[in-house]
Design a protein around this ligand. Structure first.
Ligand SMILES: Nc1ncnc2c1ncn2[C@@H]1O[C@H](COP(=O)(O)OP(=O)(O)O)[C@@H](O)[C@H]1O
Ligand SMILES: [Mg+2]
Length: 224
């Protein structure tokens, strides 16, 4: 699903932050990538998602070399095959909860097809499972942080993407909700055979994953 080889990335006017000789994630694997704050976790995820591109080496997702794709093709590729849970959620505050969750399905015919026209029911199902009992017409900007996080998860899961990427996804949740949240993320990924890549500095999350990788052990970047 993901393969990096001699992948090098530096922010402008900085030394290399990411320098990964060899790292891969197999289809269906659930990988927990840990690393201290500032170690480059979010940067690495933005490379895997094709938001940023590596400056040399290789980074393939589903066998496709991301840096060879034009920007709009990478956006499309991400929209069709990935679900991304951002650290800051990135919900659209002026849109309703429902429209936020449905956005990926509206933008990607691939995701739409996978929901077989039943995406409105799917929104309710996902929010039930996430125990978010709110009026779907409410604006996303009025939600608490914990609620926003769950809407962000529902948005990532809709359309059954093959790869779910999550950046510190439990940071705004209390212990109970954290457990529910991870249960949901795991069961949803298992149901679909989706690959899951989670980064966090919260080591407690690591216990359930099939593989735990320390970013510092695979990355020779200057900041590590
Ligand atoms: N958009 C950006 N422009 C320039 N530097 C950045 C940007 N985003 C992150 N960095 C730098 O990259 C380093 C790693 O940041 P980040 O990937 O966010 O780490 P983490 O997610 O592990 O806390 C930091 O030194 C940060 O300042
Ligand atoms: Mg981060």
């Amino acid at each position: 699903m993901i393969h990096l080889e001699n992948a090098l990335f530096a922010w402008p006017d900085e030394e290399a932050l990411i320098n990964i000789r060899d790292f891969s994630v197999k289809e269906g694997e659930k990988v927990f990538l840990k690393g201290s704050s500032g170690s480059g976790k979010t940067t690495l995820l933005s490379l895997v998602a094709g938001i940023q591109t590596i400056q040399s080496g290789s980074l393939k997702v589903r066998g496709e070399e991301l840096k060879n794709m034009k920007c709009h093709k990478r956006d499309r590729f991400r929209g069709d095959h990935m679900g991304y849970i951002f650290q800051q959620f990135n919900l659209l505050p002026w849109l309703s909860i429902e429209d936020n969750i449905l956005a990926p399905v509206l933008f990607s015919p691939v995701k739409r097809k996978k929901e077989k026209g039943k995406h409105h029911n799917k929104v309710r199902e996902l929010l039930d499972e996430l125990s978010l009992d709110v009026d779907l017409r409410k604006k996303a900007g009025n939600l608490s942080i914990g609620q926003q996080q769950r809407v962000a998860v529902a948005r990532a899961l809709i359309g059954n993407p093959e790869l779910i990427i999550a950046d510190e996804p439990t940071s705004a949740l209390d212990a109970d909700r954290r457990k529910n949240f991870m249960n949901l993320l795991f069961s949803e990924c298992e149901k679909r055979g989706a690959t899951l890549l989670v980064v966090s500095h919260d080591r407690e999350l690591a216990t359930r994953f099939s593989r735990v990788v320390d970013l510092e052990s695979i990355n020779g970047g200057a900041y590590v």
